[in-house]
Design a protein. Structure first.
Length: 238
C-alpha cells in the first residue's frame, strides 16, 4: 500500500476528518451531507488498486448537489499534504465553485482553453499548504460550451493529469447537455450524482446507456446519502 492509499484509508476509516475546521481555515463552505457522501465515495473510487487521476463528477439534473460533493472530495483528498489536488469548474452552464472556494473567476478554464501558458497560471491555491488548487470556470458566455469540442480540452486535461495527483472536474448535468460526456471521454472516469425521489429511473438508465455508448467509464454513483458501485446499481436498473 503506497503513502497516498495509507493516508486516505486512515481518513475514510476513522471518519474523523474535521472538514468544517478546514472549511473555516481555507475560506470555503461545503454542505454537511455532501461531506458524508464524499467520504463514502473516496474509498471505492480513489483507494482502488488502479486509482483514477482525473475524475468527472456530473449529476442528472441541476440541484443534485454535484458541486458540493466535488468540493468535499477535493478537500478530503488534499488532506494528504504530499499529494496535489485540483478542482476544476467545468460547469459553464451554471458555475458555482468560485463561490464555494471564494476564488476569483476572472481567469479560469475558458481562458486556459483559449490561451497559451502553463495550466497552473490559470489556477489558484486555496489552502495554506499549497496542495489544493482551484481552476474556476473563467468568463463564460453562450459560446463557451463549444470549447469542449476543441482539441485544447484533451491537451489541457493531459497537462493537468501530469501536473496534479488528482483532478476533480465539476461538469454540467447530464440531462440536456453533452458537456460531461466530452469531459468524461478525456478523463479516467465519471461519478454519477442521482437524487432519489427526484430523478426518474428511465431517464437515468438512458443516460447510463449513452455514457456507455460514448465509452465513458462510470466509476460510481452517489444516491442521496449513500454511494453504490455502478455494477450493482446497474443490476438494479438504478
Amino acid at each position: 500500500m503506497n503513502h497516498r492509499t495509507e493516508v486516505l484509508q486512515e481518513i475514510v476509516e476513522s471518519q474523523s476528518f474535521d472538514l468544517e475546521r478546514v472549511q473555516s481555515d481555507k475560506g470555503y463552505r461545503i454542505h454537511h451531507q455532501a461531506d458524508n457522501e464524499a467520504l463514502r465515495l473516496v474509498h471505492p473510487v480513489f483507494l482502488s488498486e488502479q486509482a483514477p487521476g482525473v475524475v468527472v463528477f456530473a449529476s442528472m439534473n441541476h440541484g443534485n448537489g454535484c458541486s458540493q460533493i466535488c468540493s468535499s472530495a477535493a478537500a478530503i483528498l488534499a488532506a494528504d499534504e504530499l499529494r496535489s489536488v485540483c478542482l476544476v469548474e467545468a460547469n459553464f452552464r451554471s458555475p458555482l465553485q468560485a463561490s464555494l472556494f471564494v476564488a476569483t473567476n476572472n481567469r479560469g478554464f475558458t481562458d486556459a482553453l483559449l490561451r497559451k501558458g502553463p495550466i497552473r497560471s490559470f489556477c489558484k491555491p486555496v489552502n495554506a499548504t499549497g496542495n489544493l488548487w482551484s481552476l474556476s470556470s473563467g468568463e463564460v458566455g453562450p459560446e463557451s460550451p463549444a470549447l469542449f469540442a476543441s482539441g485544447a480540452l484533451r491537451e489541457r486535461i493531459a497537462e493537468m493529469r501530469a501536473e496534479f495527483d488528482f483532478v476533480i472536474i465539476d461538469a454540467p448535468p447530464l440531462t440536456g447537455y453533452a458537456d460531461a460526456i466530452a469531459l468524461g471521454r478525456s478523463a479516467d472516469g465519471l461519478v454519477l450524482i442521482v437524487e432519489a425521489g427526484a430523478t426518474r429511473r428511465d431517464e437515468t438508465a438512458q443516460v447510463v446507456a449513452n455514457l456507455r455508448a460514448c465509452k465513458v467509464n462510470i466509476l460510481a454513483a452517489v444516491l442521496n446519502k449513500g454511494v453504490s458501485s455502478i455494477p450493482e446499481m446497474l443490476s438494479k436498473r438504478l
